[in-house]
Design a protein around this ligand. Structure first.
Ligand code: 5GP
Length: 202
């Protein structure tokens, strides 16, 4: 637990099909991390549950959230809107959880502006053809959507220098270990270390 009893805010970006979901799922097993459930106007994929994978909203409902300042950030991605509900992030961090936002670049940069303490992590595949292979293997998108997502990833690459860390996701176990190392290192920053028990007694 941090000095001010607040958890880290960690942003994880990178193309879909790069194992972000699995990296997050592994970290959630630790018990001190939580993932923020985003809102989206995209249609649910098979097996996706409202309130667990996303809050699936209509365009009107999403706009309402924007108007009420209920989103920490939001962005349009491949024709759909995605956003982070602010209240949930604040609540989880206040509980001392390290909150992970699995979001794309525009949203990540908004978070960095609004919460300068946020840690930005970008994960990359070893090659573009490997990314394409993984997306085809997953089989949740049409060829056209896969093409769009790869093109989107290549548009995001110039923003990588805005991030704090880049994790290569070649072997998943290594990527998970690297992600855990980032959290470990960030928790060594003085702002997150409680030294009050070492202070001279008055
Ligand atoms: P997918 O449709 O594959 O679930 O997500 C598409 C992209 O939207 C991914 O890059 C994912 O990280 C991003 N995304 C998911 N939730 C949010 C969010 O709340 N805000 C933003 N800005 N991007 C998000």
């Amino acid at each position: 637990m941090s000095k001010n009893n607040k958890g880290l805010l960690i942003v994880l970006s990178g193309p879909s099909g790069c194992g972000k979901g699995t990296m997050v799922a592994e970290l959630l097993k630790r018990g001190d991390c939580a993932v923020s459930v985003s809102a989206t106007t995209r249609q649910p994929r098979e097996g996706e549950i409202d309130g667990t994978h996303y809050y699936f909203l209509s365009k009107e409902e999403f706009q309402q959230r924007i108007d009420n300042d209920g989103l920490l950030e939001y962005a349009e991605y491949c024709g759909n809107y995605y956003g982070t509900p602010r209240a949930e992030v604040d609540r989880l961090r206040a509980e001392g959880k390290h909150v992970i936002l699995e979001i794309e670049v525009q949203g990540a940069l908004q978070v960095k502006k609004r919460c300068p303490e946020a840690i930005l992590v970008f994960t990359v595949p070893p090659t573009v053809s490997e990314l394409s292979r993984r997306l085809h293997k997953r089989g949740t998108e049409t060829d056209e959507v896969i093409e769009k997502r790869i093109a989107q990833f290549q548009k995001e690459l110039p923003f990588v220098p805005e991030y704090d860390y880049v994790i290569l996701n070649d072997a998943l176990e290594d990527a998970v270990a690297d992600f855990a190392s980032v959290i470990r290192l960030e928790l060594m920053r003085p702002a997150y270390v409680d030294l009050s028990h070492l202070e001279e007694k008055k």
